[in-house]
Design a protein around this ligand. Structure first.
Ligand code: ADP
Ligand code: IPE
Length: 270
């Protein structure tokens, strides 16, 4: 089993003022997935310009001050949920048209958080789809939160990846984004940034604040989820899906450029 995340930076125009897909990338990536060989594949995609601007505008996940604020946030929840669903429909459409039997699973319909972290979800339906060789597609979404002071939260695709991987124990976890991997500093701001081929929670990492509208922590949030996952024994890889054929090659098991997130043994942890 492989779990693959397609970052919002790859499948949408993350900087766009309105929700905008990146049709060239979506078509190419769907084609590359259809051309590669794997046994079971779960896809999780990010929200990009379909999620972050709305979640931020309505303060989803922030403390609720009064009834008026609750109503405002509920309106924003509906709006955000609708937009990320639209993006998900596009993603599954591109996959299906390229011969991948994608099935959409809406996180907000079966996952809740407690203080912004997933607290249990029934994953049996995912296993049932996988048994038939469907490709389940999940995505960053807004969800209900049991903490009464916030009631709603943003669930990133990266947290979903961690949760799915811990519970489904895939052979590989791959995150596709718009840079080659984790650098010693933000490669978009620093020309002299160096790609780190391997990182672990022992390494002092400098991850820049998310430049844009990202409400789930950008690369920092991704690395946080993946280091925790690695220390639980599941390694992952970050690759650049703007590079042609990289998704195909990585799914086929070929060596590609990127960063491997490695675990450290329990006894070595501080
Ligand atoms: P995605 O939408 O694909 O999930 P993000 O936009 O959340 O990805 O994160 C990717 C971005 O993180 C890159 O475009 C890059 O500019 C930024 N970034 C900041 N610091 C770093 C770093 N140290 N290494 C790599 N990327 C970084
Ligand atoms: C964000 O998901 C979900 C919402 C904003 C509703 P991600 O954090 O996984 O999205 P990207 O990949 O950064 O765009």
């Amino acid at each position: 089993m492989i779990i693959l995340k397609l970052g919002g930076s790859v499948i949408t125009r993350k900087e766009a003022e309105k929700p905008t897909i990146n049709p060239e990338n979506l078509a190419r990536i769907a084609r590359e997935i259809s051309l590669s060989s794997y046994q079971q594949l779960i896809i999780v995609h990010g929200a990009g310009s379909f999620g972050h601007p709305f979640a931020r505008k309505y303060g989803i996940g922030d403390k609720i001050s009064d009834l008026k604020d609750l109503q405002h946030k509920m309106q924003g929840f509906s709006i955000t949920q609708e937009h990320v669903r639209q993006l998900n429909l596009k993603v599954t459409e591109y996959l299906r048209k390229n011969g991948v039997n994608a099935v959409s699973l809406q996180p907000s319909s079966f996952i809740k958080t407690e203080n912004k972290r997933i607290k249990g979800a029934d994953l049996s339906i995912i296993k049932n789809y996988l048994d038939l060789n469907f490709t389940p597609v999940l995505y960053g979404d807004v969800v209900l939160d049991s903490d009464d002071s916030i009631k709603m939260a943003v669930l990133s695709g990266d947290q979903l990846i961690q949760y799915l991987a811990l519970n489904l124990k895939p052979e590989r976890v791959i995150l596709a984004t718009d840079v080659d991997g984790i650098y010693d500093k933000d490669p978009k701001k620093h020309k002299d940034a160096h790609l780190l081929e391997v990182v672990s929670s022992k390494d002092p990492l400098q991850i820049g604040e998310a430049e844009t509208v990202d409400v789930t922590g950008g690369m920092g949030g991704k690395v946080f989820e993946l280091l925790q996952l690695a220390d639980e024994g599941i390694e992952s890889e970050i690759i650049n899906a703007n590079r042609i054929d990289i998704i195909k090659n990585v799914l086929n098991g070929d060596k590609v450029k990127g960063t491997r997130i490695k675990g450290i043994k329990k006894e070595l942890r501080k």
